[in-house]
Design a protein around this ligand. Sequence first.
Ligand SMILES: [Zn+2]
Length: 115
Amino acid sequence: MNKIFFDKVVSSFFQNRFKKKYRFRNVDDIPKKIDDNTIYIVQEGTEPETLVFMCPCGCQQPVLLNLLKDTHPFWTFQIEKRKISLFPSVIRKKGCHSHYCIKNGTVIWVRSCAV
Ligand SMILES: [Zn+2]
């Protein structure tokens, strides 16, 4: 087996193994219990402030992303056909160090992340 083929098999194995999908929900406060497959859009005032979801890698850590443009870093999201996409990708600096995109509700591990 040549190396390129082997790399392809291994990466597709991991892609499938960790293929995870999220739905989304609008909430007005960070929920006490964060569902594994839900991205919460937290909006207290007039605009959404934070996205909260469980890290897709399985590390059991919640991920909080700031949406307010006057605080860096910030993320934006887009909803199309009831599916959520986040920009830019998420890099966890603490803990699991995962790096991924969420596009149309699906986690794309950064190896194949075409943004
Ligand atoms: Zn993680």
